[in-house]
Design a protein around this ligand. Structure first.
Ligand code: NI
Length: 397
């Protein structure tokens, strides 16, 4: 029997267990850096397979190794994020969240159950590959600074050194059975920009006696868009969005200050630094020119996510062997963020999408919504595919 057939059989045999794991995780979601029971559950399942995990990495994260023959040959890391979101679930399902106000609405239950499924498959086949698989169960993908950066700081990519890392994410816009890839830049860096404009409040009828912070802030918002459209090479994507603008005056009151906040995203670390600097200079300069004061601060988020072109090409080829070339989808650039990006700045990385949509069954809600759900057939495809791609990479690199 070929490796592909063996893995497909194991994925099928294990699929009921993977569904059980996913439903348990879905029912018992926990917020970022508070995944205590989740971590215990993962550890128990790994031990049931025969794998001893290292616990307490980055607080609630876990790392485990599956050693094949000649374990020093190469190390491939497989990463799943394990945290949930502060959302009240509205799905009417038997495994609905029992933790009111917390929900696995980004599919991290699926990623975690899948990786446990991968562990079961690869542990059963450990005499049939050379090299080492490093399983990474990462906390807090959803909350800055993100569990990935903490795990890296704690040495997750070392001892043994990781040669390549692979991560998957559910995709409610891709039909179940299909897998999405993109080589090169894929997701954006995410920095938060906070600006407070301090003017001088007064009567709306006497603007000449005040410094109107609303007008100043409005000019700043318009002017900042020029940094994106005039200073950035249009061949490379960059976005600046302000989603909050608070000015608590009234029809006849000019307020003292205005508070605005937004997000700056791009796919280039040099431009990221340069753009942030220009944004700050422009905001402060315009406020000064208009007689107001400007307080400006940045909260740094995730870097941009770079899929190593060679590794991703290779993964795509293995995936087409596993699911058929007709089921491979090319992904568009997406200005969303993902802390898997931290790994991608350090080692060859491939982050791909697992189709989870099923229109006939009405499974179409987006991630981060109260009705997000998946077609559970993806729980057979996901683990088998990841196990196959990892094994083929160990074999051929
Ligand atoms: Ni997610």
């Amino acid at each position: 029997m070929s490796i592909l057939e063996k893995i497909k059989n194991l994925a099928k045999e294990n699929s009921a267990n993977t569904v059980k794991l996913r439903r348990h995780l879905h029912e018992n979601p926990e917020l970022s850096f508070c995944e205590f029971e989740t971590a215990q559950y993962i550890a128990a399942e790994l031990r049931a397979i025969g794998i001893e995990p290292q616990e307490g990495v980055a607080g609630t994260g876990l790392v485990a190794l599956i050693k094949g023959k000649n374990p020093e040959k190469r190390v491939v890391a497989l990463r799943a994020d394990i945290d949930a979101l502060p959302i009240v679930e509205q799905n009417d399902v038997s495994y609905k969240s029992k933790n009111e106000g917390v929900m696995h609405a980004c599919g991290h239950d699926v990623h975690t159950a899948s990786l446990l499924g991968v562990a079961r498959i690869l542990y059963a086949l450990k005499d049939e590959f050379e090299g080492t698989i490093k399983l990474i169960f990462q906390p807090a993908e959803e909350k800055a600074p993100g569990g990935a950066s903490v795990m890296i700081a704690e040495g997750v990519l070392e001892n043994p050194n990781v040669n390549a890392i692979i991560g998957q994410h559910v995709a409610p816009n891709i039909p179940v059975g299909k897998i999405g890839f993109r080589e090169g830049m894929y997701m954006a860096s995410t920095d938060e920009v906070y600006i407070k404009i301090i003017g001088k409040g007064g009567h709306g009828a006497a603007p000449h006696q005040s410094i109107d912070p609303i007008l100043v802030a409005s000019h700043i918002i318009v002017a900042l868009q020029q940094i994106i459209s005039r200073n950035r090479n249009p061949a490379f994507p960059s976005v600046l969005t302000f989603g909050k603008f608070i000015a608590e005056g009234a029809t006849n009151i000019i307020p003292n200050e205005v508070y605005i906040e937004g997000t700056f995203r791009c796919m280039d670390e040099n431009w990221r630094a340069e753009g942030l600097e220009k944004i700050q200079k422009m905001a402060e300069g315009m406020a000064e020119a208009m007689g107001a004061k400007c307080e400006f601060w940045i909260v740094k988020g995730y870097p941009f996510l770079q899929n190593d072109p060679n590794l991703t090409k290779q993964m795509k080829a293995y995936a087409s062997e596993y699911v058929g070339a007709e089921n491979i989808v090319n992904l568009d650039l997406w200005m969303g963020g993902e802390d898997f990006a931290f790994y991608s700045q350090k080692v060859d990385a491939c982050f791909y999408r697992l189709g989870t949509r099923n229109e006939e069954q009405g499974i179409t809600s987006g991630v981060h919504t109260p009705t997000f759900n998946i077609d559970e057939n993806s729980l057979e495809i996901g683990p088998g595919l990841m196990a196959y791609m990892a094994m083929r990479n160990l074999e051929n690199s």
